[in-house]
Write a protein that binds this ligand. Structure first.
Ligand SMILES: C[S@@+](CC[C@H](N)C(=O)[O-])C[C@H]1O[C@@H](n2cnc3c(N)ncnc32)[C@H](O)[C@@H]1O
Length: 322
C-alpha cells in the first residue's frame, strides 16, 4: 500500500531517509503526478538527454534492429508497453506495423495521440497499467523498453509476463531490456542533498534529499525525500538486475523462451561485463498458462520508474553530505 506524505518533523525526515523494506512504494503518485509528468514529458522529448527516453539516434537503431530480428512485416501487430510519448511506437508504425501503445501517464498518451494524428499514423493508444490489465491482442510482438522490468517486485512482474504471454500469438516475440549484475551500483547508505527554486519535483521552492541503498546482490534503491515548506514526500526508484541464466528460467516459467540476448536492444554483442541485457523471447507454441495466484501487489510499484529518471535535477543544486 502507498504511504502518504507526512508533516515535516525530525522523526518524519529520519524515516524518509532510512532503509525501507524492499520494493516499498512511493508516498504519492509519481508517473501520473501532473507536475512530475510535465517534466518527464519534456525529458522524453529532449533529443539531447537520455534521462527519460534514449536519444533519437539510439531509438532509430533499436527500432531498425528489432524490426529485423523479430522480423516485422507490413501489417504485423505490436504492442509498446510503457510507450511514453510514442517515440518507438511511431517508428514502428511508420514501417507499416499496426501499433498499440499503453502507458500510465495520461499526459504522455495525450502527447502521443496528438503527434500520431499530426503524422497520420494510425496508432491505438491507451492509458493503462500493464501490471494489472489484460493487454488485448493477439500481437506479433511486444516491446517494453528502457529497463522498466527491473523496477517491478515479483508479483507485478509475474502478472506482466503472464499478460504478455497471453497477448502474443504462438511464436510471437517479446523484447525488453534490464540491468545486469556488472552494472554500476549506487553506494549503500549514500546521501546527497540539493535545493531548488522550482524544477523536476515541484514548481516552487523545495529541498531534495536522495539516499541510496543496496539490497543483496541484485536490488538497488534511489530514494528521494522531497521536502516542501510543511511536508515531506518520499519517492522510491527501485532497480533490480538480472543475470541471463535467471532471466531464462523466469521467462520459461511464463511460457517464453529466450531467443536472443545482446548487451542492448540495438544488438550490441553481449560481453561478460555488459551492464545491461537486451532480450528477445518468444512465446512458446501451445496453449497459454492457466489462471494462477500471485503475491499481493501491495507496493504501489506499478507507478515507479527506472533509475534513469533520478538524474533529472533541473534547477537544483546537488551535493553530498559525506
Ligand atoms: C523510462 S520511461 C520509458 C518510455 C519509453 N519506453 C521510452 O523508452 O521512450 C517509462 C514509461 O513507462 C510508463 N510506466 C511505468 N509503469 C507503468 C505501468 N505499470 N503501466 C504502464 N506504463 C507504465 C511511464 O509512464 C513511462 O512513460
Amino acid at each position: 500500500m502507498r504511504a502518504r506524505p507526512t508533516a515535516l518533523t525530525p522523526d518524519a525526515l529520519a524515516r524518509a531517509l532510512a532503509r525501507p523494506e524492499p520494493f516499498a512504494g512511493h508516498d504519492a503518485p509519481f508517473w501520473d503526478d501532473p507536475w512530475i509528468a510535465r517534466g518527464m514529458l519534456a525529458a522524453h522529448l529532449d533529443p539531447d538527454t537520455d534521462a527519460a527516453s534514449r536519444r533519437p539516434d539510439a531509438i532509430d537503431r533499436i527500432v531498425a534492429h528489432l524490426a529485423g530480428a523479430f522480423p516485422l512485416r507490413r501489417g504485423d501487430t505490436l504492442i509498446d508497453l510503457g510507450c511514453g510519448p510514442g517515440l518507438y511506437a511511431e517508428r514502428f508504425a511508420a514501417r507499416g506495423v499496426g501499433v498499440t501503445g499503453i502507458d500510465l501517464s495520461a499526459g504522455s498518451i495525450a502527447h502521443a495521440v496528438a503527434s500520431a494524428r499530426a503524422g497520420r499514423l494510425p496508432i491505438d493508444y491507451r492509458v493503462a497499467d500493464y501490471t494489472t490489465e489484460g493487454l488485448g491482442g493477439p500481437f506479433d510482438a511486444a516491446v517494453l523498453i528502457y529497463l522498466d522490468v527491473g523496477v517491478l517486485p515479483d508479483g507485478p512482474r509475474d502478472r506482466l509476463l503472464d499478460a504478455v504471454q497471453a497477448a502474443l500469438r504462438p511464436g510471437g516475440a517479446f523484447a525488453f531490456d534490464v540491468h545486469a549484475p556488472p552494472r554500476h551500483r549506487p553506494p549503500d547508505g549514500g546521501i546527497g542533498v540539493w535545493r531548488s527554486e522550482g524544477g523536476f519535483w515541484r514548481p516552487g521552492p523545495h529541498l531534495v534529499v536522495e539516499t541510496t541503498y543496496r539490497f543483496g546482490a541484485d536490488l538497488d534503491l534511489a530514494q528521494h525525500a522531497v521536502v516542501d515548506a510543511d511536508r515531506i514526500t518520499t519517492y522510491r526508484v527501485w532497480d533490480r538486475a538480472y543475470a541471463l541464466a535467471d532471466l531464462r528460467a523466469l521467462l520459461r516459467r511464463h511460457g517464453l523462451a529466450v531467443e536472443h540476448a545482446w548487451e542492448d536492444l540495438a544488438g550490441t554483442p553481449r560481453r561478460r561485463s555488459s551492464p545491461t541485457l537486451g532480450i528477445v523471447a518468444r512465446r512458446v507454441r501451445g496453449r497459454g498458462r492457466g489462471p494462477r495466484s500471485y503475491p499481493a501487489a501491495g507496493t504501489g510499484a506499478s507507478a515507479i520508474g527506472n533509475s534513469t529518471t533520478v538524474r533529472i535535477r533541473s534547477g537544483g543544486v546537488s551535493g553530498s553530505l559525506r
